[in-house]
Design a protein around this ligand. Structure first.
Ligand SMILES: [Zn+2]
Length: 415
């Protein structure tokens, strides 16, 4: 099973916007760009919402059938590890192997020696085509990288073989994920991580490194966009080189997690993809739920009451709600409006503060991030929330499609 050159992770926390999400990929196809949709939902999200991977599979299949989608699509077991993998195996055909916790766990000496010996040919430097300077991987550097990443790659191998034993080799896509960690990986590190993956015979189709800068959920990139562009180009060059050099799958490409709303780096990404004729996987997900919330607010009446209730609860439970997202949210509590202030707002004001569009001058990224992680409150409301979303479908649906197509797919893959 193979991904197309471009693919997008779409997620639908409450399982109500599937057809509007798929519509965005259909719009891309009409514009002449093939993008494979991948439905992603992590163990963390399933637990908080109270759904199972079988629900995501059912939604993906149903929506593809209803929309007459004849292309490929996948269901992603997002960020799985050995503890959480089993409940995903049957329903998923894309597995994001999260081994970030194993980075920096020292490698076994014999394995490290074998790795360094196997990489000897690169010890005097590697020339990577594509405008990147020569990478110098002296033996000591290779050993240090091996010591830092080999255990993690071995762990990915364990996960891969565990899945392959049940699903059969070649029947699923795998992504290697090292993004939920503190320090970005350098091009040289990525090169030898890929060398290790090849030695482990991991047929990875995507790899999610930790990029420079901050990728907070649902808000713009924080960091130096020019530096990001240089780093991203170097990582792309390494991937293009490594897939040939190490015999990894031909379609191997980078994957960007927490890709929603990183508007300031979409243009650099688009430029770099063209420059290297490279593919990319971008994961988005959580902002679909924010479109549901904005739609509820705009509908006034009952929808607005629910939207305000969710904020009031989220405000008082911020520690609990933000905890699972520690490394990917950055909320300044002093910039959060008090619930009693929000209680006075009309629906438009609520949506203006929530929406990532500062043309109205009211967008508040702190308000947005708190609500982003506040979906647990909506999940607890159960039917009351779901029914309200269903009542507002004619407002929400087009916004969900527009959010993914106009604000994400177009600038990244098409423009
Ligand atoms: Zn991720």
């Amino acid at each position: 099973m193979k991904l197309s050159k471009f693919s997008i992770g779409i997620g639908d926390r409450f399982g109500r916007q599937g057809k509007h999400l798929l519509a965005a990929v259909i719009d891309a196809a009409k514009a002449g760009v093939e993008i494979t949709p991948v439905w992603n939902k992590s163990h963390r999200e399933h637990t908080i919402i109270g759904t199972t991977p079988a629900d995501t599979r059912a939604e993906a299949d149903e929506v593809a059938r209803l929309q007459g989608w004849s292309g490929h699509y996948f269901v992603d077991a997002d960020h799985i590890n050995l503890k959480t993998i089993d409940s995903f195996i049957e329903s998923c055909d894309f597995f994001t192997l999260d081994v970030a916790d194993f980075i920096n766990q020292p490698a076994l000496t014999n394995e490290l020696d074998a790795f360094v010996a196997g990489c000897e040919k690169y010890a005097n430097g590697v020339t990577i085509p594509g405008g990147i300077d020569e990478l110098i991987g002296e033996q000591d550097a290779i050993r240090a990288i091996g010591d830092k990443f080999l255990t993690a790659v071995k762990q990915a191998g364990n996960l891969y073989r565990h899945i392959a034993a049940k699903k059969g080799v070649g029947n699923f896509v795998i992504e290697l994920s090292m993004d939920e960690t503190d320090t970005p990986q350098s091009p040289l590190e990525l090169l030898f991580i890929l060398a290790a993956a090849a030695r482990e015979e991991l047929p990875i189709q995507t790899i999610a490194p930790k990029f420079s800068g901050r990728f907070n959920k649902g808000v713009d990139y924080e960091g130096d966009a020019d530096k990001f562009e240089r780093d991203f180009e170097r990582l792309l060059a390494v991937v293009e080189f490594a897939k040939e050099e190490f015999g990894l799958p031909k379609g191997l490409k980078l994957s960007i997690h927490s890709g929603s709303d990183k508007f300031s780096i979409y243009e650099p990404i688009n430029r770099a993809l063209k420059k290297f004729d490279a593919g990319l996987h971008v994961k988005t997900a959580g902002t679909t739920w924010l479109e549901e919330l904005a739609g509820l607010a705009i509908s006034q009446g009952e929808g607005l009451r629910i939207a305000k209730h969710i904020y009031t609860e989220a405000f008082s439970r911020i520690d609990e709600l933000a905890k699972p997202y520690e490394t990917v949210v950055n909320i300044d509590r002093r910039k959060l409006p008090l619930p009693e202030v929000v209680a006075e707002w009309n629906g438009k004001r609520y949506a203006d503060e929530l929406r990532h569009d500062d043309s109205c001058g009211r967008y508040n990224p702190h308000f947005r991030q708190l609500l982003h992680v506040g979906y647990k409150v909506a999940a607890e409301m159960g039917k009351e929330f779901i029914d309200a979303v269903a009542d507002c479908e004619c407002i929400i649906g087009p916004n969900v499609t527009e959010n993914i197509f106009i604000r994400h797919i177009k600038p990244i893959f098409i423009d």
